[in-house]
Design a protein around this ligand. Structure first.
Ligand code: ZN
Ligand code: ZN
Ligand code: ZN
Length: 361
């Protein structure tokens, strides 16, 4: 069954009368076309019992030529796109429960609210998550391939001489290597955080020069046929001292514990707990200042989130990052991140780059 049929079933079950999907990974997931947000709206309108209608600017309609599964209604500049949307919904007086993409511009929602004054709008993402959280085999393969390509980049970057490079220069090197292996630019990163900067998990890569004695956190990824890679390794420039080694070993153990916990039946919170127990046990709990991971797929951050309080039960097909870290302010940080997939018989990694500490020069 194709994805638009599956979401139509969800709409019926949840008694949603119409769904509006604007440019986003949700749109890509449903029809293989992600569109792009613009002042010329693109809206996929789905009403159970009729085929999906994509309203989009005339100049972008050629991108969807020959599609039989989606009715294309293009509008010329100067025409009102919302008129097309109105006729899809047909009888707005009996249809009142609508859902709209979380990523929709407020302007689109305001126009729809004006068009359908009796309707109430809820989050389309919470309908879509049921489907998108559990990957099919094709999606798993693409994520695995994306992961392997990122591994290759790590192996190549670890050959470089780090001393004397600035964070930005190293980031440019990473971008070059990522494009060499066929990964398209992600909408984030790479994060290159050196020395004391490595203690900031989302450090903004800057001009600091990497020196002997630095820890360097490299967090990078890219997109392969729509699917994201996301890997972090922490290297050391020259031999590390015993404090660094202790933290590094702790983070590795935490990462392994969270990986081992990533099995069907456990909750997302259990996985977070597994990493946190190790880090707490070694006395570094106050320095682990973020959740253990996030789902990964068409979006670089999506459900499920491995976070305290998330009682969601893991199922085969779920894919997420496992990325505990310890960040000692003013000194150094360590994070190790792999993409992990849940299978019936347990977890598998989609990254295989070595997690042993790499000492570079
Ligand atoms: Zn990352
Ligand atoms: Zn991540
Ligand atoms: Zn593999």
């Amino acid at each position: 069954m194709n994805r638009t049929h599956r979401i139509a079933q969800v709409l019926r079950k949840q008694k949603v009368d119409a769904l509006f999907v604007t440019p986003s990974a949700d749109l890509m997931y449903l029809i293989g076309y992600g569109g792009h947000p613009s002042e010329r709206p693109t809206i996929l309108a789905m009403v159970p019992g009729r085929s999906p209608v994509l309203v989009l600017p005339q100049l972008e309609a050629p991108r969807l030529q020959g599609r039989a599964d989606v009715e294309i209604r293009s509008y010329a500049d100067g025409e009102d796109p919302y008129e097309s949307v109105r006729t899809v919904v047909a009888d707005p007086s009996t249809r009142v429960n609508f859902a709209i993409s979380d990523q929709a511009w407020a302007g689109v929602l305001l126009n729809l609210q004006e068009l359908f004054p009796f309707a109430s709008f809820s989050s389309a993402s919470s309908l879509m998550r049921e489907l998108r959280m559990v990957k099919d085999l094709d999606e798993m393969e693409l994520l695995h391939e994306a992961g392997k390509r990122a591994d290759q980049v790590f192996e190549n970057v670890a050959q470089l001489r780090f001393t004397g490079l600035s964070e930005s220069e190293l980031s440019e090197e990473l971008n070059g290597l990522l494009s060499d292996v066929g990964l398209a630019r992600a909408d984030w990163g790479p994060i290159v955080a050196s020395g004391p900067n490595s203690a900031s998990p989302h450090h903004i890569t800057g001009d600091r020069q990497i020196e002997h004695g630095d820890a360097v956190v490299l967090d990078f990824g890219g997109v392969f046929e729509g699917y994201q890679a996301d890997i972090t390794r922490t290297l050391h420039v020259g031999p590390p001292d015993s404090d660094f080694k202790e933290v590094y070993e702790t983070v590795l153990k935490a990462q392994q514990a969270a990986f081992d916990a990533s099995r069907p039946g456990n909750t997302a919170a259990n996985v977070d707990r597994a990493a946190r127990d190790v880090i707490d046990g070694e006395g570094f709990g106050q320095y682990f200042i973020h959740r253990t991971g996030h789902g990964l797929g068409l979006d670089s951050h999506e459900e499920p989130y491995l976070v305290v309080g998330n009682g969601l039960t893991l199922e085969p097909g779920m894919t997420f990052s496992v990325e505990p870290g310890v960040y000692i302010p003013g000194r150094f940080g360590v994070r190790v991140e792999d993409t992990v997939a849940v299978y019936k018989d347990g977890p598998r990694r989609f990254n295989h780059a070595t997690r042993e500490l790499q000492v570079v020069h």
